[in-house]
Design a protein around this ligand. Structure first.
Ligand code: NDP
Length: 288
C-alpha cells in the first residue's frame, strides 16, 4: 500500500495563513515584525535562500531587510554589523546566512547574535533552552519536521524514532524534540556500523544527511512515518531527498516528498520565530 503524503506545502501554507492574521494584529498595535538577513559574499545558493526568505516575508507583511556585504569584509566589520542589528529595537530577528566565506569565524558571528533575536535558533542560548526543555527559539527545520508530524496526528510518544544525521542545524535538535515528545530516540551518523538495522527499528524515520537515495526502500519499516530533510541535486539536475521516495512509499505509512516537504516548513518556522520575537519584544503573550 502506498504511503500517505505528508504535504509540507499545505501544512506550511496553513502556518503562514495563521501568521498573516497575527502580523495584521501586531501591525494594528503599531508593531511591525522585522527580519534582518545578513548575506556575505556571492554564494549563489545562499542568494537564492535569502531571496526566498525575503519573498515569504513580503507575502506575510514582515519587514525584511537584507544586508549584502562583500566577501572582503573582515571579522570585525561583520561583528559590528551584528552588534548594530542587536542594538536596533526595530529589528526582531537576525539571520546570518551560512556558510560564511573562508576566513570568517562562523561560530563567533552566530554566538554574537542577541539571544532575543536568534530566530534561526542556532545560538547557545536557544540550543541550551531546548536541552533544558525550556521555551525558546527552536531551529526551524527540526521544528518544521515536528509540525508536520503533528499535522498528520503522528504522536512520537512511545514510538521508536531514528534520526540519521547529527548536525546542529537538523539532526541533534530534531532528536531532542522527538525525545521531548516522549519518543525513544536513536541518532545515527557516519560511524554508525549497521544503519539498515537501526533504520528498520524506526516507527518515525527522519533523515538529514545530504546524500541522494542513501535510504533505500528495504531500510524502511512497514508502516513507518518518514521525514526526509535532505536536499540533493541528482544526475538529471532534479532536487531529490536522502530517501529513495518511490521505494520507501511502498512500505511507509506516511512520507514527505522532496521538494514540498521539509523545505517550505523551514521558511514557515523562520517566520513563526520572527513573529514570536516581535511579540516577546513587546511583552505580548507567545505560544511556543
Ligand atoms: P551536515 O553535513 O551538517 O550533516 C550531515 C550528517 O549526516 C552528519 O551528522 C553525518 O555524520 C551524517 N552522515 C554522513 N554520511 C553518513 C552516512 N553514510 N551514514 C549515516 N550518516 C551519515 O548536513 P545538515 O544536517 O546541515 O543537512 C543535511 C541535509 O539536509 C542536506 O541535504 C541539507 O541540504 C538538508 N537541509 C535541508 C533543509 C531544509 O530546509 N529542507 C535545511 C537544512 C538542511 P557525522 O556527524 O558522523 O559526519
Amino acid at each position: 500500500m502506498a504511503a500517505e503524503l505528508i504535504d509540507g506545502k499545505k501544512v506550511s501554507a496553513e502556518i503562514r495563513e495563521k501568521l498573516k492574521g497575527e502580523i495584521a494584529d501586531l501591525k494594528s498595535k503599531g508593531i511591525e515584525p522585522c527580519l534582518s538577513v545578513v548575506l556575505v559574499g556571492e554564494n549563489k545558493a545562499s542568494q537564492k535562500y535569502v531571496a526566498s526568505k525575503e519573498k515569504t516575508c513580503n507575502a506575510l507583511g514582515i519587514k525584511s531587510i537584507a544586508h549584502k556585504i562583500p566577501d572582503t569584509t573582515t571579522q570585525a566589520e561583520l561583528i559590528a554589523v551584528v552588534d548594530r542589528l542587536n542594538a536596533d529595537p526595530a529589528v526582531h530577528g537576525i539571520l546570518v546566512q551560512l556558510p560564511l566565506p573562508k576566513g570568517l569565524d562562523e561560530k563567533e558571528v552566530m554566538n554574537r547574535i542577541s539571544p532575543s533575536k536568534d530566530v534561526d535558533g542556532f545560538g547557545p542560548d536557544s540550543l541550551g533552552k531546548l536541552m533544558l526543555d525550556e521555551p525558546g527559539f527552536l531551529p526551524c527545520t527540526p521544528h518544521g519536521a515536528m509540525k508536520m508530524l503533528e499535522a498528520y496526528n503522528i504522536d512520537p510518544g512511545g514510538k521508536h524514532a531514528v534520526v540519521v544525521g547529527r548536525s546542529i542545524i537538523v539532526g541533534k535538535p530534531l532528536a531532542l524534540l522527538l525525545l521531548q515528545k516522549h519518543a525513544t530516540v536513536t541518532i545515527c551518523h557516519s560511524r554508525t556500523p549497521n544503519l539498515k538495522e537501526e533504520c528498520l527499528k524506526a516507527d518515525i524515520l527522519c533523515v538529514a544527511v545530504g546524500r541522494a537515495k542513501m535510504i533505500t526502500g528495504d531500510m524502511v519499516k512497514e508502516g513507518a512515518a518518514v521525514i526526509d530533510v535532505g536536499i540533493n541535486v541528482n544526475e538529471e539536475g532534479k532536487i531529490v531527498g536522502d530517501v529513495d521516495f518511490d521505494a520507501a512509499k511502498e512500505r511507509a505509512a506516511y512520507i514527505t516528498p522532496v521538494p514540498g516537504g521539509a523545505g517550505p516548513m523551514t521558511i514557515a518556522m523562520l517566520m513563526y520565530n520572527t513573529v514570536m520575537s516581535a511579540k516577546m519584544a513587546n511583552n505580548l503573550p507567545v505560544d511556543m
